[in-house]
Design a protein around this ligand. Sequence first.
Ligand code: 5GP
Length: 139
Amino acid sequence: MTTEDTVFTKIIRREIPAHIVYEDTDTLAFLDINPNNPGHTLVIPKKPVRNIFDADDATLAALMHTIRKITPAIQDAVGADGVNINSNHGAAAGQEVFYLHFHIIPRFSTDGYKHTWGHTTYKEGEASLLAQKIAAQLA
Ligand code: 5GP
C-alpha cells in the first residue's frame, strides 16, 4: 500500500467519515476511531508522507503548529490532567497506518495507564558508549 492509499488519505478526501476537529491549508486533525482516552486526536499533513524523515521542514513546522494550537482545546474539552504527544515510526514501534501522523492522547491521573511504554536500565558504561556511538554517526 502506498502512502496515498491509506485511510488517512481517504479522510482528507472525505471518502470516509471522520470527526474532524481542526483543518487548515496544510494539516487536518480528527478523533481517533479507537481512542486510548476520550479526545484522542490524530494530526496529519495534507501532503502525503510516510514518516518525519520523508517530510520537508515546512510540513513538520505546520504539524507542530497545529499540535500546539489544538492540544489545549482538547485538554479543556475532556478535562484532562496531561497529554501524550507521540508518533509511532515503523511496525516495531506500533505504526499501523503508514502515513505520517501524531497522536494527541489526553491523560487522566485516574486512567490507570502507568506508563506509555516500558523502562529498562543501562549497564555500567553502556550509556556513555551508546551516546558516543550516536554522536559519531552525526559527526
Ligand atoms: P498508529 O498505530 O499507526 O500509530 O496509529 C494509527 C491510528 O489510526 C490508530 O490509533 C487507529 O485507531 C487509527 N485509525 C485507523 N483507522 C482509522 C479510521 O478509519 N478513522 C480514524 N479516525 N482513525 C483510524
